[in-house]
Ligand binder design. Structure first.
Ligand SMILES: C[S@@+](CC[C@H](N)C(=O)[O-])C[C@H]1O[C@@H](n2cnc3c(N)ncnc32)[C@H](O)[C@@H]1O
Length: 239
């Protein structure tokens, strides 16, 4: 899949119903925005709490796949500054629009494969939630892991979610898929559910450890191995 495909897929989803595609526990077409924004804090607490790390107000954070800024606004309260990156121009535009008060956030349009625009050894922490599970090829997620190692300062950590369950990424077949596709055409169900940029891919945890090691990081903790919500804590060597 080309980078441009990922961008155009997510730009289209942002125009269709950005809130639903960021958090598909919401009702399609009728998002409860209070629940949406509240969910950002809950999801960040689950990610960091499960991995046993906390942010402090002196830290510089990089967020990968910020969407409309659901977690970013919480990160901005807890850290010194945030660089929030996303492959979708439309998502980044919506993030700016919905979070005009965040003076310590820099919104970055990413290339879908790297952290270009983030300086080497400039971050104390990296965070990513429900992004890599949508990335269509594991090699792209592993490339991001190496990039995390590049942008972290010595001793810095990264807390992120990947899928480690290949079964959920297989193409759907049969009548249920046809029925959902027909409903989507009529605007009654989400589009793009069979697209590789939504279906995503799982990463192998040994491959992930290998990519982390190449970037000078150790995988310190893994929670939820074998599932779609596999949480990973890596740390760059040094103090
Ligand atoms: C399900 S949303 C989650 C957004 C945010 N992390 C949250 O939890 O609120 C996934 C986001 O990842 C972005 N994304 C998908 N593939 C990406 C990639 N290869 N690089 C950077 N961002 C990506 C999408 O544009 C979308 O905004």
């Amino acid at each position: 899949m080309r980078k441009a495909d990922s961008r155009s897929f997510w730009d289209d989803r942002a125009d269709e119903d950005a809130f639903f595609f960021v958090d598909n526990r919401l009702e399609y077409g009728h998002p409860d925005l209070e629940r949406f924004w509240r969910g950002g804090e809950q999801d960040l607490d689950t990610l960091l709490g499960s991995l046993g790390v906390e942010l402090d107000r002196s830290q510089s954070v990089v967020e990968i796949g910020c969407g409309v800024g659901r977690l970013t606004r919480v990160l901005a309260r807890r850290a010194a500054d945030v660089r929030a990156l996303d492959v979708s121009e439309r998502m980044v535009a919506l993030a700016r629009e919905h979070n005009p008060e965040l003076g310590n956030v820099t919104w970055l349009l990413g290339d879908g494969e790297s952290l270009e625009g983030v300086e080497t050894a400039s971050a104390d922490a990296c965070v990513s939630h429900v992004v890599f599970q949508h990335v269509p090829e594991p090699r792209i997620t592993l490339g991001y892991v190496r990039e995390i190692g590049r942008v972290l300062r010595p001793g810095g950590w990264a807390a992120f979610q990947v899928s480690n369950d290949p079964s959920i990424h297989r193409p759907r077949r049969g009548l249920a898929r046809l029925r959902d596709a027909a409903k989507a055409l009529l605007g009654r169900a989400p589009r793009g559910q069979s697209d590789p940029a939504w279906r995503g891919s799982a990463v192998d945890l040994d491959d992930l450890r290998g990519a982390a090691a190449e970037a000078g990081m150790t995988v310190e903790r893994i929670e939820g191995a074998g599932t779609q919500y596999c949480l990973v804590l890596t740390r760059l060597a040094g103090t």
